[in-house]
Structures are given as structure tokens and as C-alpha cells.
Design a binder for this molecule. Sequence first.
Ligand SMILES: [Zn+2]
Length: 234
Amino acid sequence: MQVKYAQLDGCDATLVGFGDKAIATIRRSDVRGRERFSIAHELGHWEMHRGRSFQCRVDEPDRNFPSAEKGREREADVYAAHLLMPANLFNPAITGFTTLGFEQINEVRQQFDTSLLATALRLVNVNARPIVFACYTKEKLVWSLRARDVPRRWQLCKRLDEDSFAIDVVQSGKLHPVPGKQPAEVWFSNDEADDHEITECCVAGRNGEVWVLLTLNSDMMEETDNSFSYRDSR
Ligand SMILES: [Zn+2]
């Protein structure tokens, strides 16, 4: 697969394949990690979905593709995450941290030469920490991803709470990259949230959005009898 760079409009990368050759065209980015993720994503399509052409928005969980297309896009993202951040290297890199905020994610990001978002999503997916990662606009929850062990009963609020740190990001651009304590009810809508505490940290995402990393206390990780009657929003 040959890689070219261009100023693409409306997508991050394209793949055109013919026979046993393909050309991936990658949109130029100031963040080398994004370019690398796009290349790895197209390699994923080339390995798994050969015979098709693609126009991709890479590394954005909220893309509005038709469902079949969405499946292939997600597969290519998973392939890229595994290729650039293989578990046997990634897991040791994240075990030493006593607190986990955006400064630590940024350290890991630099080691793997990946984007902040791709690194954060990988962190959730390896399920080593009790974390939820979410993207909000000023108006609403856009998407969220939780570590596999986080019980489904913890339902994120659909809008940012006035007491959240994240609302400062969308209202005044003030960032909170270091985790701070919050009552769980600021972030979760189920009644039980009144009795628990979490940590929150957040930074500006793309297009005026805010990215939030929540770490749950261990007592929130216990499954209750009715845990499985809830479905995640994703
Ligand atoms: Zn794609």
C-alpha cells in the first residue's frame, strides 16, 4: 500500500485499491500521530476489506455512516489502535501511574506517537482502569466509551452539569487536565450516584467539543442484581 499526502476536504484519508496494489491518500495534519493513525486505519481496510474503496474520517467515534459502513470503519480503527499501540507494549506503559489524567495520557501518546484521542480510546479499550471517556458539546453528550468492567447501570447525564469542570471548557476555554474530585451525581443520572465520588478531568476536543475522562471509585464497580437490565448508550 503506497502512502501519499494531500489536502483532503471532508475526510481524513482515502483508499483506492486495484489488484494487489493500493494507494492511501492521507490528509496532512500538524499532529503526526493523526497521520500515522490514518495510515494504520487504511492498512486495516486493505487487510480486511480488500476490493473496496474508502473515504474515511478516522478516529472519530461519532461518525454518521450507514451501519454496514460504520462496522467497517470501526474495524479499521480497532486494527489501527492495535497496530500502533499493541497491548504487550501499551499495558506496561500505563500501569505505573497513580493518578490518571490528560498529562499521563499525553506522556503515553508521546511514547507511541499517536494522537491524544486515539491514545485515550485505547486506554478505555484495554479495560485496565475503571474509566469512562466522553465527548460533549455545550448542548449535549455526543458519544461515550466505557471500560468493559464499568457496570452498565452508570448512565451518563445527557447534558453537562453546571458543577462539572467540563462546562468551563465549553463556556470559557478553561481546561482541567488534572483529575479533581466530583460527586458522582454531577456525571451520572442514576439515583445511586448521590452516594459516590469520582474524579473528572477534561480538555478541549475538536470543533468546540470537550473530552472528559472520569475515573470511578472501586465501590462503583460492583455489579448489582439489576445491572444487566441497562444498555449503554453506544
Ligand atoms: Zn475507513
